[in-house]
Design a binder for this molecule. Structure first.
Ligand code: MN
Ligand code: MN
Length: 291
């Protein structure tokens, strides 16, 4: 556990050094992904860099020229996979100086959740604690983005930890691994995210019969290299001879449910979103944080 925790700390520090106005999203993502590999681990999913009202699932494409703006609210979400363990983490940078309350609320809600979780507490109690912390600051949690249980190579292992109070009687057990991730927006926001048309991230689902040779080659490559963990289009595009064939293959893989898409998510009212995330192991009297 200590190895993945120390690598996570190093990556977080690197993200804090590299994330600044003027930085290219593509360079930032690839530098952090390479840095994870240099530490002897691998990215559990593409580095997500989501700005402003974009809440999650944004990773740059290979030809992206976007740079971080002078006043951007930037969420960097990164995952580390080492020896079958995954840690999932996020940090928000406010370069506007106007959204400090959102960032502080996300961090405070995370701290409150981590001080509430121990063997025997329930999702009902923790989700209410997160909601109360955020609402008590006059802000709104995002209702349809949640923390999640992690099991081995499975990033979302079927149990969700919502950021709004829910009547879920799931009891935390010693040894459970959970990613806890409050998302906070303004009081006049919808408090919900919606899909956009942009997709850069996918994951393997199953192996159906495929007509195109390129689709079969691509799917084998995906399964061998990423298992069911999410991957970026820019990670696989060189495996197909042309952009046109890549798009046709992805289309077939999606149509046959061989892979699933993770559309970029934005706040439904276009309001700014902050996020804090850590991964913890549940203990008898509290949690051990994997960072
Ligand atoms: Mn997560
Ligand atoms: Mn995450």
């Amino acid at each position: 556990m200590s190895d993945i925790a120390s690598i996570t700390s190093k990556v977080k520090k690197r993200a804090e050094e590299l994330t600044k106005p003027g930085a290219s999203l593509l360079e930032l993502a690839t530098e952090l992904e390479n840095y994870i590999v240099e530490q002897g681990a691998r990215p559990a999913f593409p580095i997500n860099i989501s700005i402003g009202e974009i809440a999650a699932h944004y990773t740059p494409s290979s030809d992206e020229t976007t740079k971080i703006g002078e006043k951007d609210l930037v969420k960097v979400d990164f995952g580390i996979e080492l020896d079958g363990l995954i840690s999932d983490n996020a940090v928000t940078f406010d370069f506007s100086g106007e959204h400090g309350n959102l960032v502080e609320a996300a961090e405070a809600a995370l701290a409150t959740a981590l001080s509430t979780i121990k063997a025997g507490t329930t999702i009902k109690e923790v989700s209410k604690a997160i909601q109360d912390e955020i609402k008590g600051r006059g802000l709104k949690p995002i209702a349809n983005l949640t923390g999640h249980k992690i099991e081995g190579h499975i990033l979302h292992a079927g149990v969700s930890l919502p950021n709004v109070a829910v009547n879920d009687s799931y009891v935390f057990k010693e040894g459970d691994i959970f990613a806890v991730e409050p998302f906070v927006t303004t009081a006049d926001a919808a408090g919900q995210v919606v899909d956009t048309d942009r997709v850069e991230i996918y994951s393997f689902v199953m192996k159906p019969n495929l007509r195109m040779r390129e689709s079969r080659i691509l799917l084998n490559y995906i399964e061998e290299n990423y298992g069911t963990l999410p991957f970026a289009e820019r990670w696989i595009e060189k495996k197909v001879p042309s952009k046109l064939l890549l798009l046709a293959s992805l289309k077939e893989l999606l149509r046959t449910h061989a892979i699933q898409a993770y559309p970029v998510l934005r706040e439904a009212n276009g309001k700014p979103v902050a996020q804090a995330e850590k991964t913890v192991v549940v203990e008898k009297d509290g949690v051990t944080t994997l960072v």
